[in-house]
Write a protein that binds this ligand. Structure first.
Ligand code: HEC
Length: 317
């Protein structure tokens, strides 16, 4: 095979990679990291392509052998010519970009100065340099007007804006990254979609012990206000995630359910409170009061106790 064929193969592989990546990629990560089997697809396509190249070049050499010696000579000459002209355009463009005279023509631009045999050429400035210089003048004018005259953002302001944006992005991200929740950060979910998802998790994992209605069986009644391990979304999340007391039969679900699913099923369980299903299991544990509401409740209890002691004292007298 010719070297051009190798170049074509490499080029084909690169193009193939980018076409697949562009066609399939959804987000910021490359499709090849998301779907590693695509490497195999690319490899298979490459195999077919290389096979095609080999067939074409073999056909070429077979045909060459069927030519008469004169024809072969003529063919070789053509090939040589083609080779000489290969990349001619590129070479030419490169020379133009440098703008220097070829060595054969240097005599026309040599200056009279002669420093101990060292002579000076009056080459034109290379076009890339000249246009770069013009471009930098235009850039400088635009920059000056934009940032010094019209007062564009300086680096510090840009930095502050970027930080602000990053904070917004973080909030957005936390909303979508539901699996970041744990029992400390979890909030009660009330969306119908979340509760339905929670119900699905409950139906497929929990009804053997808690019944489809949550009325209880092997496990306690989940629909009353009594909780063994604490009510409220945070405790319920923790119970489901870490399991109940050792040996009681409520296992930890954190290896089977994602945090988002635990949040959903916990919210679903709490939505069952007060549904009064048929044939409920007797209450176990204690009535659970939300600690944030408990402060007021505790105060009321204290005052009652005080009054009680006072009454007792009076009675003793
Ligand atoms: C193998 C039977 C079994 C399965 C399956 C089971 N549980 Fe339990 N569950 C129990 C038992 C037993 C307890 C009581 C644990 C204790 O006393 O420590 C319990 C306790 C609980 C509690 C705490 C109740 C309270 O009063 O504090 C919640 C909430 C709960 N389970 C939810 C679930 C959810 C949600 C699932 C499904 C993901 C589930 N359970 C699956 C047996 C089970």
């Amino acid at each position: 095979m010719k070297s051009a064929a190798y170049l074509r193969i490499v080029g084909f592989a690169i193009v193939g990679y980018f076409v697949l990546d562009f066609a399939g990629s959804t987000g910021e990560t490359s499709i090849f990291t998301e779907q590693p089997w695509l490497w195999i697809l690319l490899a298979v396509i490459m195999l077919f392509y290389i096979a095609g190249e080999i067939i074409v070049s073999t056909l070429g050499s077979i045909l060459y052998r069927t030519l008469s010696p004169e024809q072969q000579l003529a063919y070789d000459k053509d090939e040589a010519l083609e080779k000489a002209n290969q990349f001619k355009g590129i070479k030419e463009a490169y020379k133009n970009l440098l703008g220097s005279k070829p060595i054969e023509e240097e005599a026309t631009i040599v200056l009279d100065h002669n420093y101990d045999g060292i002579r000076e050429l009056d080459n034109k400035l290379p076009p890339w340099w000249v246009y770069g210089f013009y471009a930098s003048i235009i850039f400088a004018v635009v920059y000056l007007v934009r940032f010094e005259v019209l007062g564009g953002e300086n680096q510090h302001e840009e930095y502050l804006a970027a930080v602000e944006q990053a904070e917004l992005d973080l909030i957005e991200y936390k909303k979508t990254a539901k699996d970041l929740v744990d029992f400390e950060t979890v909030e009660l979910l009330t969306e119908a979609s979340d509760l339905n998802a929670g119900k699905a998790v409950f139906t497929s994992n929990c009804i053997a012990c808690h019944k489809a209605t949550g009325a209880g069986g092997i496990g306690p009644n989940l629909t009353d206000e009594y909780w063994i391990l604490g009510g409220g979304i945070k405790n319920v999340f923790k119970t489901i995630s870490e399991g109940g007391r050792a040996g009681k039969g409520m296992v930890s679900w954190k290896n089977d359910l994602k945090p988002s699913e635990i949040a959903q099923v916990a919210s679903y369980v709490l939505s069952l409170t007060g549904t009064n299903p048929e044939d409920p299991k007797a209450p176990e544990g204690e009535i659970w009061v939300d600690p944030s509401l408990q402060v007021e409740a505790a105060e009321t209890v204290e005052t009652t106790e005080e009054t009680a002691t006072e009454t007792e004292e009076t009675a003793e007298l």
